[in-house]
Design a protein around this ligand. Structure first.
Ligand SMILES: Nc1ncnc2c1ncn2[C@@H]1O[C@H](COP(=O)(O)OP(=O)(O)OP(=O)(O)O)[C@@H](O)[C@H]1O
Ligand SMILES: [Mg+2]
Length: 415
């Protein structure tokens, strides 16, 4: 019998599903000691998502099925449960605070539990469901930065948490897409936290760092100080907007603009030679045009500046900007734009590096770019920090009967 919470039929394998606006990525891995060996990788074009929200359940579940079959074939395992990413501007993070008196002058395990309960009693928006409850610190008689207060002397115990919630219907639509693809969502994890897990080293979290995952539909920000998450934010302006700008300005199709961006794109126009040109096909029967790569970069720079300024505003509004000693780590597919680290460093006035999944074993070459950070971070898991695991709800754990899965699998293999 399978152990509860195991993610795939092979007891030691785990699987993660990143449902992005542009790409669905599914990874299967086997933990070996304290490392993860990637056994299977599946991906598919994501057609049913818009800025982190499902807009077509059928198309989305088909994309998940394609990625699932690919990952199963490659790994030689069957996957039934996955940890799933959640994003979109419906995802909201806020800090909360709780206080309890310390009885008998020493913090007991019960007091430590009660102060967390007091801190988590924040009202969520009416249609929201709790996703994560991250402990930032305990405070004993005004002394902050305490990670385990049990046994400490004092009279007043406080706790600071970071609470993340998401819109109930947006979350249940994601679970529905997984279920339609014969997968059970074992956990819902906010993308920004998963990406941070994949790209950061513990020292960066301790010293203070911001991680920005710039995907196709969303920019996901998470800020860490003193080893804990202190701020999260999602903005729905990202790579797809850059592609759209190129398509509009250069009067070409979205597909051509996307290819142009990947082949000739750059984040800083002034570093691109004006004389280097490229032919761009017209829409419909319009003739192709020759455009300068400098123009392509100028168009991209304008949108990237807007995106990075929104990131800067959010970091400043969080009040933690002066504590980010380790600067900023950029990840997500758009982080592959040449020159983006330099542009971000200029706008945010801090050191910037590009982050991609680190310390990967097995099929590492398949996921060695920033667009895989969320999926790999899901595998690494966030459970140690996440006390509530409220996503382990009855809905998330719904299992499909074995015979339904078998039937569905046989059916989809013949399609
Ligand atoms: N070499 C490149 N240069 C510039 N942009 C790139 C490059 N490669 C990929 N991108 C862009 O990265 C984006 C896709 O990134 P990613 O796979 O991280 O997004 P996603 O996870 O599907 O979306 P989201 O997280 O926003 O829902 C697309 O907009 C794509 O055009
Ligand atoms: Mg993404």
């Amino acid at each position: 019998m399978e152990a509860p919470g195991s993610v795939a039929r092979k007891r030691s394998t785990i699987a993660a599903l990143d449902i992005g606006t542009q790409q669905v990525g599914l990874l299967v891995a086997e933990p070996v000691g304290d490392r993860l060996e990637i056994l299977g990788v599946g991906n598919a074009v994501s057609l049913g998502m818009r800025a982190g929200r499902v807009c077509d359940v059928d198309k989305m579940s088909q994309a998940i099925s394609i990625a699932l079959l690919e990952a199963e074939d490659m790994s030689g395992t069957q996957i039934y449960q996955v940890s799933v990413s959640v994003s979109g501007d419906h995802v909201q993070g806020r800090n909360s605070h709780g206080v309890v008196p310390i009885e008998n002058g020493e913090v007991s395990a019960r007091a430590a539990r009660r102060v967390i309960e007091a801190a988590q009693a924040v009202p969520l928006p009416a249609d929201h469901r709790l996703l994560h409850l991250m402990r930032r610190e305990y405070i004993v008689d005004g002394q902050g930065g305490v990670s385990d207060p049990v046994g400490m002397d004092g009279v007043r115990l406080e706790a600071n948490l970071h609470v993340i919630s998401g819109c109930e219907s947006a979350l249940s639509n994601i679970i529905k897409c997984c279920n339609k693809a014969a997968l059970s969502a074992a956990g819902l994890v906010v993308s920004s936290l998963a990406s941070a897990e994949a790209v950061l080293v513990p020292d960066e979290k301790e010293l203070g760092v911001a991680v920005v995952d710039i995907g196709a539909g969303t920019v996901e920000l998470s800020v860490f100080v003193g080893g804990a998450v202190v701020h999260t934010n999602v903005t729905p302006v990202a790579g797809l907007h850059i592609t759209r700008d190129l398509a509009r300005c250069l009067e070409t199709s979205m597909a051509e603009a996307e290819a142009l961006k990947k082949r000739h794109g750059a984040a800083i126009g002034s570093l691109v030679d004006r004389s280097v040109c490229v032919e761009v096909s017209g829409v419909g029967k319009r003739p192709p045009r020759v455009v300068s790569c400098r123009l392509v970069a100028d168009i991209m720079q304008a949108r990237l500046e807007e995106i990075l300024e929104l990131v800067a505003e959010s970091i400043i509004a969080s009040g933690y900007h002066e504590l980010l000693t380790s600067g900023l780590v950029l990840t997500g597919g758009t982080a592959m734009t040449p020159g983006i680290a330099e542009l971000a460093s200029e706008i945010l006035r801090m050191p910037v590096r590009i982050g991609e999944p680190r310390e990967v074993d097995g099929l590492a070459g398949e996921i060695d770019d920033p667009s895989w950070s969320t999926a790999y971070g899901l595998l690494l898991g966030l459970r140690e920090q996440d006390m509530a695991q409220p996503w382990r709800s009855s809905l998330g754990e719904r299992m499909l009967p074995q015979w339904v899965r078998r039937k569905w699998r046989n059916f989809s293999k013949t399609q």
